[in-house]
Design a protein around this ligand. Sequence first.
Ligand code: PGA
Length: 245
Amino acid sequence: MVIYGVKDYQEMSRKAAGIISAQVILKPNSVLGLATGSTPVGAYQLLVDAYKKGDLDFSKVTSVNLDEYKGLSGEHDQSYRYFMNANLFNHVNIRKECTFVPNGLEEDGAKECARYDQLIESLGGVDLQLLGIGGNGHIGFNEPAGIFTKGTHMVTLTQETREANARFFSSIDEVPTHAYTMGVGNIMSARKVLLLASGSNKAQAIYDTIFGPIDPKVPASILQLHGDVTIIADKAAMALVQDKL
Ligand code: PGA
């Protein structure tokens, strides 16, 4: 693991955008695994800025997102498709038909999960997977569990995750109860992983990810077994590991 402790959210975002830019420059037809949430917004903004300056070209890039709420259409302003369009895709020259997010409106979970796994395979896998991390150590919507789930699957969201995301909805009752997510197997199959964390509520999860036992109760801990992981975490998120590195 390469671990960067940085000052704050801005520095985390700059470094992350630098790594994603390098990936796209070195391999213009990269398959980027993308993430939603507050964490990557700053990095996406910097990628948009770089594109507008003429420094980045997304015309050959393909993207696959980690997850999507079940039951929300891509037009719902809290869907992850909407988030990706608003924060990145609408502002760069990526071809929309080459951007993939699980289909939240597909009722048949088994069908949608099989389709998504097949899609990732048909793209030749993910070159660089960007990840945020939940305060409970989740990656994508792989919540703490008794086992690691390999492929794309449907999950019941924990109360903790629904409460954390309720700030984006008018009430917690509106937060969907289920989601589709890539499994840890999909994430581990990515050739490179870039995990970002900002804020003191991520400190325990970052400690457990780096130093804890590899345990499905902290899904991100499996990244210890990946050969090419970069973690960029700000001071607050690094609080429990700073002295140990
Ligand atoms: P956040 O979410 O970026 O909004 O903190 C990260 C996650 O839950 O994976």
